[in-house]
Design a protein around this ligand. Sequence first.
Ligand code: ADP
Length: 535
Amino acid sequence: MIEKPNPFNDKLLLNILAVSNEATAIYTTDDIVIQFANDAMLGFWGKDRSVIGLPLEEGVPELKGQPFKYMLQQVLRTGITDNGIISAETLINGELQTNYYEYEYRAIPDDNGVPYCVLHTAANVTERERNKRVIAQQQEEAQALTEELEASNEELRLINEELIISNNELDNAQTQLQAAYNSLEENEIALRLAIEAANFGTWHINSITRAFITSARLRELFGYRADEEITIEDTLAQITDEYRGLVSKKFENAIYNGGDFDVTYQVVGYHDQVTRWLRAIGNLKADPSGEFSNFTGVVMDVSELRRDEQRKNDFIGMVSHELKTPLTSMKGYVQILKSKADKNQDKFSSDVLDKANNQVSKMTTLINGFLNVSRLESGKIQIDKQVFDMALLVKEVEEESITTITSHKVVFAPVVETIVKADRDKIGQVINNFISNAVKYSPAGSTIEVACITINGKALVSVKDQGMGIAPKDIDKLFERYYRVENNSTATIAGFGIGLYLSSEIVERHNGNIGVESVLGKGSTFWFTLPVNLV
Ligand code: ADP
């Protein structure tokens, strides 16, 4: 075959490449010497033709530190074409610029197939790449926004669910509130009806302003006209002198110390001048604002009750008084008979008369008790104070108990001199009452311990038994008039519930204290204190 002559020699080809719009360069050797670069490529580099013939990083020093030399060496060494998009930093018009290029490094083999040069073509795709990046960034931002929105959406959904739950709860609370309100309204109506039916007067006081709101009935109870405006002072003025101080004290104590308010007193009506006994019961309730309290209460007319009590009291007083005289005579007759029996050495009669004498004494104590209650109620009890030694009084009680109490072991602890100023007989009565109760409410044969010591400037007398004890619910009421514990153990024990009432009244009138410690089924210790007389 005859070879056709090739019209394109190397020089021609290079000339063609030189005018091509596509940026082109050719490199040889491991130093990547620029053998050829057309104007388009020189434009990318920001250089002129003087770089041709120089190694790449010498001709275009800005490319040092960028990967091009290494990439070109790889293509020349391996013969494997490398292409893609890459950014390059070059100095154009004295300014460092970063641009993106779509490039291809293609190894050109010699006749033996060994790569001897690299053909480099490139296109500036900066604009496109930047747009792509902006779009990608926008997409990323949009994605982030979408994710955020989704998260907010989820939160909103959860909040919504919670709101639905709260709404349901609110609905329930509303229903309950309505029900509570309804029952409150019913209660209020019932209360109003009860107050009207019982003919109670009602009052209401603001603890700070002292504004006094009263019902018409209350005004009537104090002798004012139903439509009259009255003040707290107006009501206090109608209370009798004997009770005004007590009511004021209780009133102030209730308002400023939250003490209980239940007081019975006598009033003389303002217009009608009628004497009435009134009982007022009040309750202090703090306002939710915490700034003031409301003091609310009722007043009832207890005149009839008081009159009944007075009549009962008078009757008891009269009967007791009338019984005393025959009893005193009876005691005298028994004693005369006893001395006669003793003289005749009639032991049987003497013993029987001793027993009769004991019973008469018991009866005398009982009647004296009633008489004392009656005197106490009508304010006629007398306390005759004298200075004496408690040790001697306790000794007397001891001697008396040795002769009268045989059913129990009464043990008296040694007492040192303890001088007090008190009504000796009445204090003796209190100790005797404690001892006789200990005998009554503890089993025969058990021990009763009596002691008198001085503690914190006070004489403390105590009587301890091993008896039935007292339940906590009864303890507070024991010292009330006519109060008796009612259970199977006390049912058969006689009494009227006046001994402890009298004892507490006597001790109180001496500025002493009285009390009891007790364990049900184990025993009780009754005690009282009196101030020691230091003079
Ligand atoms: P009385 O003994 O006449 O009933 P008191 O006023 O002396 O009246 O006592 C009141 C109540 O206290 C008694 O009914 C009794 O239930 C209880 N009580 C008094 N002393 C004792 C005591 N030592 N042990 C148990 N209970 C007692």
